[in-house]
Design a protein around this ligand. Structure first.
Ligand SMILES: Nc1nc2c(ncn2[C@@H]2O[C@H](COP(=O)(O)OP(=O)(O)O)[C@@H](O)[C@H]2O)c(=O)[nH]1
Ligand SMILES: [Mg+2]
Length: 566
């Protein structure tokens, strides 16, 4: 037989794609998909690639089955040598034993098959690896593996049993009169049926008086499961002789195995059957992984959307809070009134703006930096608003993530760290607000430069005009006419009337819009940095957009290579 080149390459590509399948989010289907992915990778490494590279290598026969079924006793009895230790105490965590002809040692001692399991040869049991026992009791051409229990209470044993079955050319499935209807063995038998794995079934430890009844029943079950092609051996439970089954009980199985070892054509047929079945099974198994990856993508999308919605709400709330006048209370209002002066100028508000301005100018210049006090108050007011909304968005995101698939795993005990603003927020917010104030002052300065308004502006002061512009932004009065402003803004409208007197209505509207836009952009930048904490967590675990597409493409390429070969 010759090895085609296209198939191993396609297989390697599929294996690598499956191994890299992103399953980082703890969704409901994640573990099943990860198990399937692991089993596919293992079978490609342990069996498919080695088998494709060397179709004539000795047949690997794995003796698998339920706890206490008599697998180890059976292997020893086939060889009439104590190569493996039957267990009285359970559960056992002993490593599997691979028995082969001394002539075949080279085929199994390296990492040609089962490369992930280290070979051990010495006495005693190891918890990992596989014990290699060369013997002349077995003819060349066929090796036997005494595998851990498929239904072991120890998960690592169960997984190893599954891995070994995935590496087998031939399963010798051992069950007993007491256990042959159990669920776990039947799950595996169904897998063998679906994949067309070459299979023999040993019904072991049957009370002699029940042989006919139990054997018939099991044969019926095998037939209904589509496994009537599997050779069935029945072994009565009799006293062991020197630890071995009586010869008349184990003889037929031994002869069958020896005949298989001796017949190159029959061995090749077994290899072809199991190989073709395993290759054909990959499409459906990769589909399971694809579904898992898609579930990951859906979960990631929902998690991202939750964070996005929380921060969008924060953005809207800040926008609302900036424009609805709510900032112009308490400290800010007090500072503003101090800034413009209180009392009589209010009463003359309807009078000449010029006169008013003169009074105000006098008021500004007569005070020790009232504009600075006002700016300080505005600064802390804006910062408080930003922080409250950023806090709320973080808390809301954490709450949403807790209830979304995969969310808790991502938070991973960091809820208390994540359900408020980041440590960097306070400093960043202070910088942005100060930056905004600088921007506003610069706006005012530029607007006044080289114009007739310059003189008036100077008499008022850039700081004064800037503060008035900030107040106008927060009062949302820009765009209203003078009379409306008075009604809408009360005290705060004074500033705008003055700004209009200095710069003109249209310019003030534009200035207020520019100032508002800049503040929005800064709030947006702050919130994006805050949201990035969640997006980064997600990016570390969520699948790339094309992960499922790549898996499908690799499976299709393999199917094409397999089809071309068939
Ligand atoms: N009398 C008798 N005991 C058996 C037979 N097969 C297995 N045993 C005993 O059942 C226990 C479990 O057998 P073992 O071969 O370790 O089963 P395994 O878990 O499938 O490998 C051991 O104590 C064996 O000696 C049998 O045919 N007759
Ligand atoms: Mg055993």
């Amino acid at each position: 037989m010759t090895t085609p080149t296209g198939l191993p390459d396609a297989l390697q590509q599929l294996r690598d794609t499956v191994a890299a399948a992103p399953l980082g989010l703890a969704t409901t289907g994640r573990d099943a998909a990860a198990r399937t992915a692991r089993a596919v990778v293992e079978q490609v490494d342990d069996y498919l690639l080695p088998r494709l590279r060397d179709l004539d290598a000795p047949l690997l026969t794995v003796v698998g089955g339920s706890t206490g079924a008599g697998k180890s006793t059976l292997v020893n009895s086939v060889l009439r040598a104590a190569v493996t230790t039957p267990g009285v105490l359970r559960p056992t965590t002993r490593s599997p034993v691979l028995v082969c002809s001394t002539a075949d040692v080279a085929a199994f001692s390296g990492d040609r098959v089962l490369p992930g399991l280290a070979r051990t040869t010495g006495e005693g049991d190891t918890t990992s690896g596989i014990k290699l026992v060369p013997t002349d009791a077995l003819p060349p051409g066929l090796a036997l593996v005494d595998a851990p229990d498929v239904d072991s209470v120890v998960e690592a044993n169960r997984e190893l049993a599954g891995q070994l079955l995935g590496a087998a050319d031939l399963w010798v499935f051992v069950t007993t009169a007491a256990r042959y209807a159990d669920a776990v063995p039947w799950d595996l038998l169904r897998t063998a049926q679906e994949r067309g794995t070459a299979l023999a079934v040993v019904l072991d430890r049957v009370p002699p008086e029940a042989v006919a009844e139990v054997a018939d029943d099991l044969a019926g079950m095998l037939q209904r499961a589509g496994l009537s092609g599997a050779r069935l051996f029945v072994i009565e439970e009799r006293p062991l002789v020197d630890g071995f089954l009586p010869e008349d009980q184990v003889g037929p199985l031994r002869q069958w195995l020896h005949a298989l070892a001796a017949d190159q054509g029959q061995r090749a047929a077994v290899v072809r059957q199991t190989l073709a079945g395993a290759l054909a099974s990959l499409g459906d198994r990769v589909d399971v992984v694809v579904v898992g990856v898609q579930e990951q993508a859906t979960a990631a999308e929902a998690l991202h959307a939750a964070a996005d919605a929380a921060y969008a709400r924060a953005r809207a709330a800040i926008d609302e809070g900036v424009g609805n006048g709510s900032l112009l209370r308490g400290e800010v209002l007090a500072r503003w009134q101090e800034f413009v002066g209180t009392g009589e100028w209010m009463r003359s508000l309807q009078g000449q703006v010029g006169r008013l301005r003169d009074r105000l100018t006098a008021a500004f210049t007569g005070r020790p930096n009232p504009a600075d006090d006002l700016q300080g108050a505005l600064e802390s007011g804006v910062e408080t608003l930003l922080r409250a909304e950023a806090d709320r968005a973080a808390e809301k995101t954490v709450t949403s993530w807790r209830s979304l698939p995969g969310g808790i795993g991502l938070l991973d005990g960091r809820e208390t760290e994540l359900d408020g603003v980041s440590p960097a927020f306070s400093g960043a917010a202070a910088d942005e607000v100060r930056g905004w104030q600088g921007f506003v002052l610069e706006l005012v300065r530029k607007e006044g430069a080289g114009k007739r308004s310059q003189a008036r502006l100077l008499s008022w002061g850039v700081n004064g005009a800037g503060a008035a512009l900030m107040i106008a932004v927060f009062a949302s009065t820009a765009g209203l006419s003078g009379a409306e402003v008075v009604i809408a803004g009360g005290t705060t409208a004074v500033g705008q009337r003055l700004l209009e007197a200095v710069f003109g209505d249209a310019a003030v509207r534009q200035l207020a819009m520019d100032a508002r836009e800049d503040l929005d952009a800064r709030a947006d930048r702050l919130l994006r940095a805050e949201q990035a904490r969640f997006d980064e967590l997600l990016a570390g675990a969520a699948p790339q957009l094309d992960a499922a597409v790549e898996l499908r493409a690799a499976a299709a390429a393999l199917a094409a290579a397999h089809g071309a070969r068939a």
